[in-house]
Design a protein around this ligand. Structure first.
Ligand code: UDX
Length: 441
């Protein structure tokens, strides 16, 4: 099938390449000329495992191309919209400028029977507002949220755990037009549909809410365990053992119970804020008032990591060499948007520490935003002469591949702060280090 994908950021670029990899003819459209030039040469504009391979393959096969020219969308049967919905500059709500511009830009190139499939994360009520504009061209708007995780984006797109299609509905039931649109999406995602992946057809509002509520739930799970970490800190309990123990309850589950410096990235923080703002607009602010607390707990964990460093270094970090291992908001990513790791590094720098920071993928991005830090590519070089080491992104390079004995040959001090509870505390202690975890004795 011929597809267009408007917006070639983390979401759109992966979606375009993944759709080509399952046999479709895809054109990716973006206003950023540099990004389009890179993608057209088969170069991934950001770090995402597996993306490079499917980009190269797609372009070589002739099924995948990129352009800045919106008219290239003409002739495609399904037009995906995967542009950003960042937090508004002056508030918590989502900025829908790019979504509106993408839809308006597509309108002149739509033909009767086309499908416009919104993938961006939007406040509930967006699709119903946009639908008349799309319908006026004879095309149909559907909302088809994306649940991909950075670092696993290719796999999550090619083989998702569920597919959701919000289609035109009447009283909660899909109209004939809605049924037809859902069938076309089933054709697009044929390998998943044939495999039996749940394909949920619903109305616009439910589809939009599935996405934001999933992210709200995940954020809540992380902040819940971080709240337990705060209690553990004043009682001498160990939050990691606690998480293991409650995680054995199948109703709870161990995933996303990793206590540490909390969540960041381009999605969870802004999505819970946009959800609160939207709930307030709807007169139901109290229903998700707890999300404010989730956000507050999350941000407190960054303070906690900084406090641990200050205490461990005798009450001040002024003129102390602190090596920060990690800058990305999570491993397998070069994304530094709202990265707790980078935030901790910047705060330590602000307190007068000499911060040396390293990361396997995110240095370039981090340097652009925070040029004041000392960036070092080589992990061992970064560890040299450190008075304290703080692990803030749980890359394998730090978690598995850095032995405490080896680190001890490089650093000056013997203080390690495990901001992600990802190190083996016993072996670091055995090698002579003073180990500080998050919510651990
Ligand atoms: C998230 C959702 O998982 C995904 O479904 C959605 O489509 C987009 O938002 P992503 O932003 O890629 O994906 O990251 P995710 O893996 O969810 O991690 C988010 C943050 O939470 C990271 O900073 C991570 O370090 C942190 N985290 C995760 C924890 O602090 N503890 C955990 O147990 C898990």
């Amino acid at each position: 099938m011929r597809l267009s994908v408007v917006g070639c950021g983390y979401l759109g670029a992966v979606h375009a390449a993944a759709m080509a990899s399952i046999g479709h003819d895809v054109v990716g459209i973006d206003i950023d000329e540099r990004k389009v030039a890179a993608l057209s040469k088969g170069e991934a504009p950001f770090f995402e495992p597996g993306l490079q391979e499917i980009l190269t393959e797609g372009i070589a096969s002739g099924r995948l191309s990129f352009t800045t020219d919106m008219s290239a969308a003409q002739g495609a049967k399904v037009h995906f919209v995967g542009v950003g919905t960042p937090q508004q500059a002056g508030g918590y709500a989502a900025d829908l400028t790019y979504v509106d511009a993408a839809i308006d830009g597509l309108l002149p190139f739509l033909t009767e029977g086309d499908i416009v499939a919104g993938k961006s994360t939007v406040p509930v009520g967006t699709a119903v507002r946009l639908a008349p504009r799309v319908s006026a061209t004879g095309a149909t708007l559907v909302w088809n949220p994306e649940f991909l995780r950075e670092g696993w984006a290719v796999q999550d797109t090619v083989d998702p755990d569920r597919l959701v299609a919000g289609v035109p509905s009447d009283d909660g039931y899909p109209t004939a037009e809605g049924e037809r649109a859902a069938d076309i999406l089933r054709e697009v995602y044929h390998p998943s549909v044939e495999k039996g992946t749940p394909f949920i057809v619903t109305d616009y509002a439910t589809a939009e809410l599935v996405k934001v509520s999933a992210n709200a739930f995940l954020a809540t799970k992380i902040s819940f365990i971080n709240a337990m970490a705060e209690i553990a800190e004043v009682t001498g309990a160990d939050v990691t053992t606690l998480a293991d123990a409650i995680g054995h309850d199948a109703r709870i589950g161990r995933r996303f119970l990793g206590a540490g410096i909390g969540f960041g990235g381009g999605c969870l923080p802004k999505d819970i804020r946009a959800f609160s703002a939207r709930a307030e607009e709807l007169g139901r602010g109290e229903s998700v008032a707890f999300l404010r607390e989730i956000d507050a707990i999350n941000l407190r964990r960054r303070d906690r990591a900084v406090d641990l460093a200050v205490d461990a270094l005798g009450g001040t970090v002024f003129k102390k060499n602190i090596t920060v291992l990690g800058a990305a908001f999570k491993p397998q990513s070069d994304d530094i948007r709202d990265s707790p790791a980078l935030d901790v590094a910047v705060r330590l720098h602000g307190l007068g520490a000499w911060v040396t920071i390293t990361d396997p993928a995110a240095i370039e991005n981090a340097r652009r935003v925070h040029p004041q830090l000392n960036y070092v590519e080589d992990r061992d070089e970064a560890l040299r002469e450190a008075d304290a080491v703080i692990v803030v992104t749980e890359w394998d390079e730090y978690r598995r591949e850095l032995s405490p004995e080896h680190a001890a040959t490089l650093a000056r001090g013997r203080t390690v702060i495990d901001g992600r509870n990802c190190l083996d505390a016993a072996s670091w202690r055995a090698a002579g280090w003073t180990y500080h975890g998050m919510g651990r004795p």
